[in-house]
Design a protein around this ligand. Sequence first.
Ligand code: ADP
Length: 469
Amino acid sequence: MFSKKLRLPHTLAFRLTLWYALIFTISSFGAYLVFNLLIASGLRERTDQQLLAEVGELSSHLALKGVDAVELDITHDAASVGLDRMFLRVLTPEGKELVSTDMASWPDMSVNRSALQRISTGTAHVFETLAMPQLRHKVRILYGIIGPGKIIQMGKSLEDDERFLEAFREKFFIIMATLMTFGALIGWFMARRALQDIEEVTQTAESISKGAIERRVPLKARGGEIERLASTFNKMLDRINGLINGMREMTDSIAHDLRSPITRIRGIAEMTLTTGESLDEYETMAANTIEECDHLLQMIETMLDISELEAGAGNLAMQQVDLTRVVGDACELFQPLAEDKNITVVAKVPTGSHVHGDIQRLQRMVANLLDNAIKYTPSDGTVTVSVDGDGSQTFVSVRDTGIGISGDELANIFDRFYRCDRSRSEAGVGLGLSLVMAIARSHGGDVAVSSFPGKGSTFTVSLPRKPLT
Ligand code: ADP
């Protein structure tokens, strides 16, 4: 499904290019409208100013030289501009024509009565723009008073303005079309380049989904967003790989650790069945089987307990716990074991050390640490248990003068089923410290360890004084 090649219209590069081209077209068109409007109104303003200047000139000529001079003036002006481009008519307020230029190019050019009326009632001048079917271009017309009882009607073809706007439009669109073609090509190229790196991530994901779990996205030194995505993707793959390996190791360990007691149970039963003759032997077999089953059950329960605590589903029965008592009881409990190995257990516990926690879990935590300390300390050693703290935390430390743990192994001792090479001769399954860590963390605390091979180890549990919110 993933390996299917994407059709061009579905590619992100194509869609990005299309969107950019669309946005560019819309904004260019908007810019064109604005420029067109500005230029058109500028041209209109200029034409109006020319017409008004003409009215001013004619009215002073009329005042100085009379209507005949004006007739000459308008004929001359229209001829110099072009008779098909400009006409002038002097009218009475009623619209009767007094003098006019040659109107052959302006057929049916009427007089706007309402404009004349507005002029008669005091308006200085009236402009209008006419589009007439018989004329190819629009006409700008000005009505203005040039003397008593004399109104000039002046019309100027907007041909030049329209041609100018047409030329502007043509050039604008040619430039925009060229820019858009180049822009789209460059945009397409850039988008393809940027998305090529995503393609690499996709291809890696595809090959991983087909089983090449060790593959990683090649990183480039550019350091952009896609590099970050690729590096996060690689880290995620490393983490998943690590988890898969961890789970694989754990299932191997579980299988291995379950096999030994089950083999033993089977051996006892088989031997009793083949050689057993008396009831005593059968009773011994039953007792041994129960013991091995208890051992198995305990291991399974510990595993479940760790999983529940890690998942936050450990159902902690939280209460004020007197740590002084918990540690004291544990030391007392392990005293016979320590005495067997001639190990001295020293408890340095101030009275009244309280924490908020689940008493049974805390007892198990201290017991596991003490058990390890005694187990991994040769005869004549010392195990010191101390409790102290600061304003926010309480520390429980278990120090021994035992075999210690090498630097390489320290990082793994809290993993489930992990056992250091030197301690394999001792009884144990490698779950004790995982449980200690799970209990400490479920109480909002942590476990730290420092150890020197041949000299001893110190495990320190830190627990918050205040209840977790
Ligand atoms: P185990 O059942 O093997 O004791 P743990 O999870 O309690 O399992 O401990 C994991 C490993 O850490 C042990 O197998 C041992 O190698 C090492 N370890 C734990 N505590 C100590 C200690 N006090 N001194 C030396 N090694 C220790």
